[in-house]
Design a protein around this ligand. Structure first.
Ligand SMILES: Nc1ncnc2c1ncn2[C@@H]1O[C@H](COP(=O)(O)OP(=O)(O)OP(=O)(O)O)[C@@H](O)[C@H]1O
Ligand SMILES: [Mg+2]
Length: 420
């Protein structure tokens, strides 16, 4: 009901008033009385009818205006709610689809679009979007109760996800699907299981040896002092090995747990101390130990942990080098400290290089006698990465290996000296 209706509303009263005025005028000008009276009364009637009609029109107009502004308000509120639901859904780290009963996608949040790298999934079948028959089947089989499942997706990459599908409710046939990526969780669980299995295996071998030797000593009635000595030495070696394993495990778990406490420390004396620890072993083997470093190199780091890293690398270099030189180099390069440990030893076959930083990984048990635990380099990598640094290795068989660390210097500068 607009301005035109409003204008038309005044036409009837105007017509009535006009007719009434003409009747009065005609009577005054001496026209016949009766027709003038009839016209006057008719004019008055039309005028009154028109006024009543106009009142009704004005009232209706007001009602329509109120209804219109209420519906505009409701629409605005609806739009606000839709924006809130959209931004909530798009902020979730869970993929959400809304499908119709045939499995056509009606809505997909941002995570769903990212997860399946499908730019505009609306109007497409959930099968076409996810390339998963299992997901399609799950959506197709839903009845009243929600369905949960763990599905493996192979597109766009291998992934394991926890999926839940449920009906929208309120008699609707529409179906919600939520997908949570748990690939990383499952990987960590596998790493943990492997780790426990590895620890048990590593510990069982020396335990079995110790028990067998001790039993032989107990049963042996020949009084052969040489044999007894050999067995006892072997038992001591195996106990040392167990001690080494437990020490390495403690270092690893200490590095993994808790907050990393860093302070400004000079890497040069830490390197010197680490070299001093292997000095005797190197001298026994006739190896040269060389340190190339500036007077000082300050970094924000946990000094004890970095010391452990240096010791592990230098110990390896000495252990796996028969002759030549072990060199340690320290320098700063842009925002990083670069630490290199280089040897002229047996080297590492290239096929083993990608795995040597894994826990308990040893290239070849025969060449590492007396056997290490295979935890040294995994400790190195863990500590350096928790400091925000990187570890890399280059090696040539029978020519030597180069281990390089890059460690962020942070805000580090020399610690304030004693006040004068
Ligand atoms: N400098 C090196 N030269 C040659 N091989 C090396 C060198 N450093 C490491 N490796 C190889 O990588 C493997 C893993 O090293 P890692 O330090 O983790 O274990 P480990 O030395 O055997 O035992 P430990 O835990 O006692 O250090 C070693 O077994 C060895 O085969
Ligand atoms: Mg080692």
């Amino acid at each position: 009901m607009g301005r035109r209706a409003e204008t038309w509303g005044w036409t009837l009263p105007a017509l009535g008033a006009g007719l009434f005025a003409v009747a009065i005028l005609a009577a005054l000008l001496g026209a016949e009385l009766w027709p003038a009276v009839v016209a006057g009364v008719a004019g008055l009637g039309v005028l009154l009818l028109g006024l009543a009609n106009q009142r009704i029109l004005t009232h209706l107009h007001g009602e329509v205006e109120t209804a219109r502004s209420e519906s505009a308000l409701a629409e605005e509120r609806l739009a606000q709610q839709r924006t809130a639901v959209d931004s909530f859904s798009n902020g979730l780290d869970v993929a959400i689809f809304l499908c119709d009963e045939r499995g056509l996608v009606l809505y997909a949040n941002r995570k769903a679009i990212e997860m399946f790298r499908f730019e505009d999934p609306v109007g497409r079948a959930i099968l076409a979007v996810s390339l998963s028959h299992d997901l399609e089947k799950l959506v197709g089989s839903i009845l009243e109760e929600p369905i949960d499942g763990e599905l493996a997706f192979s597109y766009p990459e291998e992934r394991i996800a926890r999926v839940r599908a449920w009906r929208e409710g309120g008699g609707s046939e529409r179906i919600f699907v939520s997908i949570v990526d748990i690939t990383e969780l499952r990987r960590l669980e596998r790493v943990r299981q492997d780790f426990v299995a590895n620890v048990s295996h590593e510990v069982r071998t020396p335990m079995t040896t110790i028990r067998a030797m001790a039993e032989t000593l107990q049963d042996d009635d020949t009084d052969d002092p040489e044999l007894r000595q050999r067995y006892l030495e072997r038992i001591i070696t195996e106990v040392d090995r167990l001690t080494l394993i437990s020490q390495d495990l403690l270092i690893l778990s200490a590095a993994e747990s808790g907050v990393l406490r860093k302070n400004t420390c000079d890497l040069v004396p830490i390197a010197r101390n680490a070299l001093a620890l292997v000095d005797e072993a190197a001298r026994t083997k006739g190896l040269n130990l060389v340190l190339e470093a500036p007077d000082s190199l300050f970094a924000e780091a946990n000094g004890a942990q970095i010391g452990q890293v240096f010791v592990n690398l230098i110990e390896n270099a000495v252990k796996y080098t028969a002759e030549g030189t072990v060199t340690m180099r320290l320098r700063s390069e842009g925002p990083n400290a670069i630490i290199v440990v280089e040897d002229t030893g047996i080297g590492i076959p290239s096929e083993h290089l990608p795995r040597i930083f894994e826990r308990f990984y040893r290239v070849d048990k025969a060449r590492t006698r007396p056997g290490g635990t295979g935890l040294g380099l995994s400790i190195v990598r863990h500590i350096i990465e928790s400091h925000g640094g990187t570890v890399s290795v280059e090696s040539a068989l029978n020519r030597g290996s180069v281990f390089s660390l890059s460690l962020p210097l942070g805000e580090a500068g020399p610690p304030p000296g004693p006040s004068a």
